[in-house]
Unconditional design. Structure first.
Length: 177
């Protein structure tokens, strides 16, 4: 495992445009190419996706889906199950950060988990405040809160100008999943 030369950063990819997870996975792939150990924790997704299948082929990339899929409205009888899964994912993230095992930890859709009420902003901010200086932490998802934006070292906002789904096209294998 290569040694981290300086403190890890907090990168945040947010916005209403496509590409937040894709950017995080590109960063993870780049790090794997340098022999770095990477963990990707997905807070919403619960399906066999192309990225999950590909990750199984890279020995230094671990992938964990803690989500339960599309988040129901808070008044749904299934919302609590999704909330518990997100909280378990946050605990797993804290363990991963403390383990010293990874050089990069990606918390995919964690901003969405906050935005939909599965996690509190306070619990995610506490994770950021208590984390060790390494590894680098990558947060993704729509609706990043001002506090999380302020805590990040690098913020990129994906803005949607046009999307094929808006014209009625269906999600495409290899593009959306």
């Amino acid at each position: 495992m290569s040694q981290v030369q300086e403190p890890g950063r907090v990168l945040l990819f947010t916005g209403d445009g496509k590409g937040k997870t894709t950017a995080a996975l590109g960063l993870a792939l780049r790090a794997c190419g340098h022999g770095m150990r990477v963990l990707v924790l997905q807070f919403i997704k619960a399906a066999i996706t192309g990225e999950l299948t590909a990750a199984r082929q890279l020995p230094n990339l671990e992938f964990l889906q803690t989500g339960r899929g599309f988040v129901p409205k808070p008044d749904s009888p299934h919302f609590e199950e999704h909330r518990r899964a997100a909280e378990a994912g946050l605990e797993r993230a804290a363990q991963a950060l403390a383990s010293g095992r990874y050089e990069i930890v990606v918390l995919d859709e964690i901003c969405t988990a906050v935005n939909t009420g599965l996690l509190t902003e306070e619990s995610v901010a506490a994770l950021l405040e208590k984390r060790p200086l390494a590894p680098t932490l990558v947060l993704t998802g729509r609706g990043a809160t001002p506090r999380l934006l302020a805590m990040a070292d690098t913020v990129t906002e994906m803005r949607s100008l046009k999307h094929a789904l808006q014209s009625g096209r269906r999600a495409q294998k290899g593009i959306e999943f």
